[in-house]
Each structure stands twice: as C-alpha cells, then as structure tokens.
Design a protein around this ligand. Sequence first.
Ligand SMILES: Cc1cc2nc3c(=O)[nH]c(=O)nc-3n(C[C@H](O)[C@H](O)[C@H](O)COP(=O)(O)O)c2cc1C
Length: 244
Amino acid sequence: MEMSTNIGPQFQEATKYGRGRPVAQAPAWAAPPPPYKTYQEYLERVELPGPRRAGGAALWSLIAQRRSRRNFSGRAIALEDLSQLLWAIQGLSGQVQDIELRTAASAGALYPNETYLVAQAVDDLAEGVYHYDVRGHALGMLAEGDFSEELAQACLGQRWLTRAAAVFVWGAVVARCAWKYQNRAYRYLYLDAGHLGAQLQLAAEALGLGSCNVAAFFDDEVANLVGIDSHTEVAVYVTAVGRV
Ligand SMILES: Cc1cc2nc3c(=O)[nH]c(=O)nc-3n(C[C@H](O)[C@H](O)[C@H](O)COP(=O)(O)O)c2cc1C
C-alpha cells in the first residue's frame, strides 16, 4: 500500500481535542478490556529473579551519560540484569483501587503496550522470543531459536542488532487504549512506548549496559517475529540492549 502523503496532518487534525468539540465518547465503563494479555500456554515459563527496588546509580549522572550505543560486543548479559530492565519499564509498583500501576507512566493507566523480548545472549535463558508476564514477573517462551538475523532484517537490515544481548519489542493492544480514547488512542500508544524506551535506556545505563531505540522497521515483519496479529496489536517500538 502506498503511504498517503497527507495522512499525518489529517490524523493530527481529526484527533485534536478542542473547545466546543466533543472530547471522546464515554467508554463502556462496565466492560473494560482486559489489562493483561494472557496465553493459553507458553513453550516454557522462566521465573525471573526479584528486582532491586532501591539504590542504584545516581540519576543525574545517568541522564548526563545516556547515549544510543550500537557497538555491542555480543557478550551475554546476566538474567538478573534482564529482570531489572523488565521491572524498570513494566514492573508493578503500586495500586489505586483495583488498578495495578507500573514503573512507567501510561495514559489512563491502561498500559496498552505488551513487552516481547528477543533473547540473543542472556545467561541462563535459551535464545528465543518471549512475552513478559507483568503480574508474574516471568518470561513466557513463544518460540525457541536464534532470531537475530531475522530481527535485523526486519529492522531495515540494521545488522548491529545481531550483536545485542536482548531486544525489546513493544506491541500495542489498540483496543485496550481505544476503549477510552477512540482514535486519539493512537497518539497515546506511541507516547507510552516512548516512555518505555526512555526509561529502558536509563535503566540499561544504570547497569553499565548499552542501548539504542529503533523505530525503523518493517512493521508486519516485526509483528510476525513476535507472533502478534497486526490488525489488533501494533508493533510500535524496539529497543536493543547489550554489552559494549
Ligand atoms: C523514536 C526513535 C527512533 C529511533 N530509531 C533508530 C533506528 O532505527 N536506528 C538507530 O540506529 N537509531 C535510532 N534511534 C536513535 C537516534 O538516532 C538517537 O537517539 C539520536 O541520534 C540521538 O543520539 P543519542 O540517543 O545518543 O543522544 C532512534 C531514536 C528515537 C528516539
């Protein structure tokens, strides 16, 4: 399909909030979409070590030194570090009434972005594609094997990705956010993903690891790789982490 030249401004205009203009339809409050994606069965379930919730490197130093790093060595990262990274972006950290809050902000606390992981070099973790089970702080294997080349090709041939230790992929379950915000939800999916990528970069820096965000990818190829149906779940963002 050819990319329409004016779809961007049209989208921006059509999803504006304006005075005297209805904001959004009231959602069906009684029937919210499920806040978590669940699988009937994972190929394997890997319980993650408990994350540290205190201490760590000083924030101002991390902000000062954060950089996009692509010169990964290919050496493995520890499972403890992977656990810490997952917790730093999606871990449960609070509760308001029956809403479970997470470490990164999300519009309306709806958390539409599911985290997938392409594990390429992580100690004690088989190479493969995983889904992060937020509630259980566990990884569920979706496919086993080396997907590094396929992933790099899906990201427009960015071959430096093959030397990353773990590549995070976010897939947004559109209905989870559109239930409340309708078409404006498409702004929020991306804003939310931006928070995840930014927070992940700082967390990686805190662990002495390199990271780089990636938005240049063939959408359907990335969606296929992590096993999501691109009609209901949109591949929005990718962040690679590794040793430099
Ligand atoms: C939304 C977004 C998409 C990006 N996509 C890519 C990408 O596909 N490939 C890449 O090598 N870097 C990508 N980057 C990294 C930028 O090139 C990088 O952040 C920028 O050059 C500034 O450098 P710094 O992050 O080291 O400060 C992306 C960054 C953002 C925020």
